[in-house]
Ligand binder design. Structure first.
Ligand code: UD1
Ligand code: CA
Length: 457
């Protein structure tokens, strides 16, 4: 007997004012629906079925390449009707867990707990106590404190409206029970919808147990508007920031860090304001990340300092390096230990050897650079002839004078020196000095041009 997860995601999300289906709007850089699918996947669900309607083609496109089935709900006739659309895809002997594509922060432990013991002919129900229960279905209990029904806001009596315990919508039951109950629900209610919540009263009437599991509010918060989306984003980011601080990371302002991916961070790392993490990032101990840095898919070695306003994407940065301020490190860059990249330097598909430096204003692309090389200000590897890319090789201890162009393919040998302002088109042997610029000339008593006046014209 396996677990089938049904994710309701057919609603329009009118209040988002968007042409994109609500469930594809991102939290932490990832569609809300994907957060829910990931939580379901972590539960080892045998099957995940997304019930889609509005924007189904966009949802389908997002789910391509994922092991997720789609059930179409062409018309949104209510949550009960939505679950019913998924049931034909589900084995009757399975357990069913109902989740929502717009409730993204639900956690695996909560769900595992909810699904642990699903009563026969009963329901495992996730509830929450709210100071302001407005809009939610109220949990109605009998004098023995047993849950006997859920009453929707619009159908509730004045007395029921005072109940603070509400339905999160998330529940688990046996597929066979759901099939039987959903066959018998009607839409005789204030909204004219087929309510999933009506199954609670049905189960209770049959003597089934309704096992309620209370949870925290933030986990079951839904998104209906961009304001709520932004609020959940901040809450989610803050909880990630708190986890990092608990692991020994100093955050100058935990409200000004955004993690849109996976960050693995050792202790004694300092992260200044407005840092954005994307993809998969690993930061070793003693690293300092200054303000306004964007790190994407990279590894930063021990003791390295990334200075303000730098962007690093797809790179391996060694230990005790310095990068920035205002550096742009592009994919397939590798900086060996103690390398130094200064301001306005761009690198791409380049290895910079141990202790090598490019301190100011340089473009280094498609290059393999040895140890202890010095690259002067304004140096450019001319790697592109307009059609093809070529490689520049600079061997250990070479010195590349300022404002030089290295026209690839070209190799600068060990200990070679390139004089400032040179355009190097041929390989330079080891220990050579190369100068390709014109020799300095002097013209004595040089007469500067004289301004031409109107009368002269
Ligand atoms: C529902 C619950 C309510 C609970 C609340 C928690 C019912 C009848 N009520 O109310 O008890 O307190 O959630 O947020 O279940 N959906 C579909 N197809 C449909 C209808 C809905 O896919 O035909 C999806 C929506 O996209 C949405 C979710 O189900 O993501 C909830 O639907 P909604 O109509 O907003 O339910 P609530 O009124 O919030
Ligand atoms: Ca609603």
């Amino acid at each position: 007997m396996g677990l089938s997860v049904v994710i309701l995601a057919a609603g329009k999300g009118t209040r988002m004012q968007s042409s994109m289906p609500k469930v594809l709007h991102p939290i932490a850089g990832k569609p809300m629906l994907q957060h829910v699918i990931d939580a379901a996947t972590k539960l080892n669900a045998e099957q995940i079925v997304v019930v889609a309607g509005h924007g189904i083609e966009q949802v389908r496109q997002h789910l391509v390449d994922q092991e997720v089935e789609i059930a179409e709900q062409a018309q949104q006739l209510g949550t009960g009707h939505a679950v019913d659309q998924a049931l034909p895809l589900i084995k009757p002997e399975n357990d069913v867990l109902v989740l929502y594509g717009d409730v993204p922060l639900i956690e695996q432990v909560t769900l595992a707990n909810l699904c642990q013991e699903i009563p026969n002919a009963g329901i495992s129900l996730l509830t929450v106590n709210l100071d302001n229960p407005m809009g939610y279905g109220r949990i109605v209990r009998n004098s023995d404190d047993q849950v006997v029904a859920i009453v929707e806001q619009k159908d509730a009596s004045n007395y029921e409206l005072l109940i603070n315990e509400v339905n999160t919508g998330i529940l688990a039951a046996k597929a066979s029970d759901l099939i039987a109950w959903l066959e018998n629900i009607d839409n005789n209610n204030a909204q004219g919808e087929y309510y999933l919540t009506d199954t609670i009263a049905m189960a209770a009437k049959q003597g089934g147990v309704i096992a309620s599991h209370p949870t925290s509010a933030i986990e079951v918060e839904g998104v209906n508007s961009r304001i709520q989306l932004a609020m959940l984003e901040r809450a989610h980011q803050l909880s990630k920031a708190e986890q990092l601080m608990a692991q020994g990371v100093t955050l100058i302002d935990p409200n000004r860090l955004d993690i849109r991916g996976e960050l693995e961070c050792a202790s004694d790392v300092l992260i200044d304001l407005n840092v954005i993490i994307e993809g998969s990032v690993k930061i070793d101990t003693g690293v300092q990340i200054d303000a306004n840095v964007i790190l994407k898919d990279c590894v930063i070695g021990q003791g390295t300092h990334i200075k303000a306003n730098s962007m690093i994407d797809g790179a391996l940065i060694g230990s005790n390096c310095q990068v920035g301020p205002f550096a742009r490190i592009r994919p397939n860059t590798e900086l060996k230990d103690e390398a130094f990249i200064g301001n306005f330097v761009e690198t791409k598909k380049t290895t910079l050897g141990k202790g090598s430096k490019a301190s100011h204003l340089a473009y280094i692309g498609d290059a393999s650079i040895g140890d202890k090389v010095n690259i002067g200000a304004g140096v450019i590897t001319c790697n592109y002839d307009g059609v093809n890319k070529f490689q520049t090789i600079i061997e250990d201890d070479a010195f590349i004078g300022s404002d030089s162009q290295l026209v690839a393919p070209v190799t600068i040998g060990k200990m070679a020196t390139v004089g400032a302002g040179s355009t190097v088109t041929k390989d330079v042997p080891a220990n050579n000095l190369v100068i390709s610029r014109a020799k300095q000339k002097h013209i004595e008593d040089w007469q500067r041009p004289i301004k031409i006046t109107k009368e002269d014209k």
